[in-house]
Design a protein around this ligand. Sequence first.
Ligand code: PEP
Ligand code: MN
Length: 349
Amino acid sequence: MLILMDGKHTERDLEAVLEKVRSLGFKPHVIPGATGVAVGITGNRGPIDRGLFDGMKGVADAIAVTRPYKLAGKDFKSGHTTVTVGGVTLGGDAFVAIAGPCAVESEEQTVRIAKKVRAAGAHWLRGGAYKPRTSPYAFQGLGKEGLRILSVARRETGLPVVTEILDQRSLEDVAEVADVLQVGARNMQNFALLKELGQLRKPVMLKRGLSATLEEWLQSAEYILAEGNPNLFLCERGVRTFSDHARNTLDLNVVPAIQEISHLPIIVDPSHATGQRRRVAPMARAAAAAGAHGIMIEVHDEPQKALCDGAQALHPDDFAQLMGELAKLCPAVGRKLAAQPPPPKKAKK
Ligand code: PEP
Ligand code: MN
């Protein structure tokens, strides 16, 4: 439910509404808007009797909100969410590129690739220390050692670190190092984990589930928002369909669809969507043209030796070329490439 204040209300009128909402066991959200203040209500499991607010001083109207994603939708928030990390803001006019190897394999490999993606124009470095693998026999990531390596790569390049959080057990360790916590497709509906990420307040990148609908995805976002963490953006990474020519089907249509109904930024991961190196750049360009706020690209300079997802990794030179193309393409849709974070204090050659 949304309580619209009448614009002539006093602070005390507003406080009385907030208190009333709390007394019902629900959570009020004050929403300042261009035309007046509203109070959104979450925590109710069924419809709220609007009569409860009838006759309260300063209340103009009470409107039922039936969408299951109240905080992720536009009803409770005017304007767009932006997430700023390392001085780079995602969700506004700027286009942000997150890049790096699928997995942290060694310090040498990660720092080397991190320097190359930085030189090519990346804004944030991404690499997995904990990897969700389909086969239990596949490389599962370096774990804590991988986190240590990521912090070295950040120090060496000045790039903030995006890395995946697999479970609650590793949350403390991962959160200590990560600038952005990635929730992978397989964990999109790990609701216990989402709740903890909501309490943590660190920026979260929520990838779309393997076959998640738009409503399911936004309800997962809602879990994080409802716990009080507004630092959230979405990542479309392809979904499973009958189409069998690619690893997944990139649902670019979801970019404008999300933007119609949600204030959350959305980026696109063409690497996992296509699974094939030569298709990554065309789909990255298409994502920018569709209005995405950024991209996530896997890059490896020795993809034939990569321990994970080598077939879809761009060579650093190809990534640099893509960044050049995006610099030209973004202005056509009202965006420009974000400025990179400042270089590290003690830059090493
Ligand atoms: C990844 O980003 O490396 C990854 C495992 O992606 P997804 O969760 O989208 O499969
Ligand atoms: Mn990967």
